[in-house]
Design a protein around this ligand. Structure first.
Ligand code: PLP
Length: 386
């Protein structure tokens, strides 16, 4: 027997209440009950997004919503600014270039944040810019960008701000409306505690003006068609939705409401801190800044002399614990400990204990219990339930 723990930043563990909701008999998506579910899910997502904007739901992985945030915004030849700090930033570059944008690329060293001043300069040099694309939590490096500062800059220009918050929404405070996020992309399988398969976008009035002038060919991901069908008293989706996942998302947003958004953020802050202190106590360097708001994933440098590829394999095959490796050019150089969504104190302790055993086996000089102990000292002081 191998007891499994999913300690990756997506997919993430699914709470029992949500698993139970997933097993409910499938209802028809043109039934009144489905309209109620869609309406409740959208209301719950608005709570998590901290927005009054329209929220659209698609049956897709997060990348589907990212693509929709390009085809509904960018016409071929339009200028866009992409601030990329990692693997998912590169996805914005590929998507915008792929759909024919003139891309002003601000590429940062992986493990660092985007500089708002560079975005300000790029917008001044390119006043025709249609949109600025950036990540909130860059899951490949653990870095969280300063969306509040970026939003303030973009709001003063005709450009709209498009944020990929797929791993950050529901883990770290993101004030969509207050910070001027015009398009905010999310996915079900990270901090929103549902299996993969649903993707969300919140769209501001400023963004709708841009969307209404978009000429790019599109059908399934057409936001105008989606809004027409999804809003109002008899809300439905234009095409067959992922009904069971919607039922599950409804159960998950109920859990978030019950805990309260502020407590959800506080819990993630404690878990992120505990994880960071734990790995540091093992002599492992963090990859990227030791940021109190970067709480979806902890990226750790593989210590010298250790074969990075073997860390995640050994944790998985010997102990049933899934950690994430490095993506793109970080493959073999870092490993990542996810803690966004349905995570508590016990997950951090389980993961940290396994990291200790695995690193020791791979030749790192481990003081057994040092990482677990450092994490425990943080967890015990938590102001909120974990
Ligand atoms: C997971 C993730 C994605 C990709 O989402 P998929 O659901 O795999 O398509 C994009 N951006 C960020 C920041 C992510 O964490």
């Amino acid at each position: 027997m191998l007891k499994r723990f999913l300690l990756t930043p997506g997919p993430t563990p699914v709470p029992p209440e949500v698993l139970a909701a997933l097993s409910e008999p499938v209802i028809h998506h043109r039934a009144p009950r489905f309209t109620e579910i869609l309406t409740e899910v959208v209301a719950g997502l608005k709570y998590v997004y901290q927005t009054e904007n329209d929220v659209l739901v698609f049956a897709a992985s997060g990348t589907g919503a990212m693509e929709s945030a390009v085809v509904n915004v960018v016409n071929p030849g339009d200028t866009v600014v992409v601030a990329s700090v990692g693997n998912f930033g590169e996805r914005w570059l590929k998507l915008t270039r792929g759909w024919g944008a003139e891309v002003v690329a601000l590429e940062y060293e992986w493990g660092t944040k985007a500089h708002p001043a560079d975005i300000e300069r790029a917008l001044a040099e390119h006043p025709e810019t249609k949109a600025v694309y950036v990540q909130f939590s860059e899951t490949s490096t653990g870095v969280v960008n300063d969306i509040r500062a970026i939003g303030e800059i973009v709001a003063k220009t005709p450009a709209i701000l498009v944020v990929d918050a797929i791993s950050g929404l529901g883990a770290t405070d993101l004030k969509t409306d207050e910070w001027g996020v015009d398009v905010c992309v999310a996915g079900s399988q990270k901090a929103l505690m549902v299996p993969p398969g649903l993707a969300y976008v919140a769209v501001s009035e400023k963004a709708w003006k841009v969307v209404e002038a978009a000429t790019q060919p599109r059908f399934y991901f057409d936001w105008v068609a989606a809004r027409k069908k999804m809003t109002g008293d008899s809300a439905q989706t234009p095409y067959t939705p992922a009904v069971s996942l919607m039922v599950a998302q409804n159960a998950a947003v109920a859990l978030i409401r019950e805990e309260g958004l502020e407590n959800v953020f506080a819990r993630h802050r404690v878990l992120g801190r505990a994880c960071k202190e734990g790995v540091k106590a093992l002599g492992i360097e963090l990859f990227g800044p030791d940021d109190p708001e970067a709480n979806s994933v902890t990226a750790c440098k593989v210590p010298d002399g250790v074969d990075g590829g073997r860390i995640t394999k050994l944790a998985r095959d010997r102990y049933g614990v899934w950690l994430a490796g490095g993506q793109g050019k970080l493959k073999g150089r870092i490993f990542r400990f996810g803690h966004c969504g349905y995570f508590g104190a016990s997950d951090i302790l389980v993961g940290m204990g396994v990291v200790e055993m695995v690193l020791a086996e791979l030749g790192h000089d481990v003081a057994f219990g040092a990482g677990v102990g450092a994490a425990e000292r943080v967890l015990m002081k938590s102001p909120v339930q974990l």
